[in-house]
Design a protein around this ligand. Structure first.
Ligand code: SAH
Length: 218
């Protein structure tokens, strides 16, 4: 049974988190509004409820994490989300990022390679009644060719390469946000697909993500 209880205390903590993110440099008010709207404590195990609104990453099982709110806000801002954008997310994890995109009006397609996480998050997202999110159990390196092309692609795990199939599935004029690199840190890249042959690359801050892995985990 999933308990969805959002009280005035949670709402107050969310406001504080939003003002912290604003202080850290997040400017897109639509991103901040979505973070203010979505109860992050729904996405954490009960043991972590108290700290759901601090700006840190948390374990969500299977050795995976829900990204730090700053990271979610940062990646979402770089995506320049427009209403109705078709967005492919690699690494559903807790589902928090997918729900933020959905609240901003995007049509979300999200892929997770860990079966247990996929199943757990599917239940939660159904309970939240957000109809524009489709979840898939699969390998994100493959993307989702059946639903391509995408306006935006967001990778939420450390990518050792720029996955060629994902670039193919991006629209001309589309944007991919990708934490790139195999070391301890990854550099956040924003790739714009200018034409079939030309990719414009912008470099941003360093972050720490769990690795993007090939194949499926049961
Ligand atoms: N977006 C998530 C953060 C997830 S952490 C959130 O909001 O909670 C990164 C996730 O990427 C992990 O759950 C991990 O299992 C998943 N992942 C890693 N490699 C992947 C791949 N090749 N395909 C799909 N998911 C992958």
């Amino acid at each position: 049974m999933i308990k969805l209880d959002d009280n005035y205390r949670h709402k107050g903590l969310r406001k504080q988190l939003v003002s912290l993110l604003r202080d850290k440099g997040i400017k897109d008010e639509r991103v901040l509004d979505a973070i203010n709207t979505l109860p992050r404590h729904y996405f954490l195990d009960e043991a972590f409820m108290q700290t759901a609104y601090t700006d840190v990453a948390f374990q969500i099982g299977q050795g995976q994490t829900i990204s730090q709110p700053y990271t979610v806000a940062y990646q979402t801002e770089l995506l320049q989300i427009q209403k109705r954008d078709k967005v492919l997310e690699i690494g559903t994890g807790s589902g928090y990022q997918a729900c933020i995109l959905s609240i901003m009006g995007a049509r979300v397609y999200t892929i997770e390679r860990q079966k247990k996480l996929h199943d757990k998050t599917t239940q939660l997202i159904e309970a939240l009644n957000l109809s524009n999110i489709r979840q898939f159990y699969g390998d994100g390196f493959e993307g989702k060719a059946t639903f391509a092309p995408f306006d935006k692609i967001l990778i939420t795990a450390a990518a050792p390469e720029i996955p060629p199939k994902l670039l193919q599935q991006l629209k001309i004029g589309g944007i991919m946000v990708i934490p790139y690199g195999e070391g301890v840190d990854q550099i956040m890249l924003r790739l714009t697909k200018v034409s079939e042959r030309e990719i414009e690359t912008e470099e941003f801050e360093n972050f720490k993500f769990v690795p993007m892995l090939k194949g499926l985990a049961r």
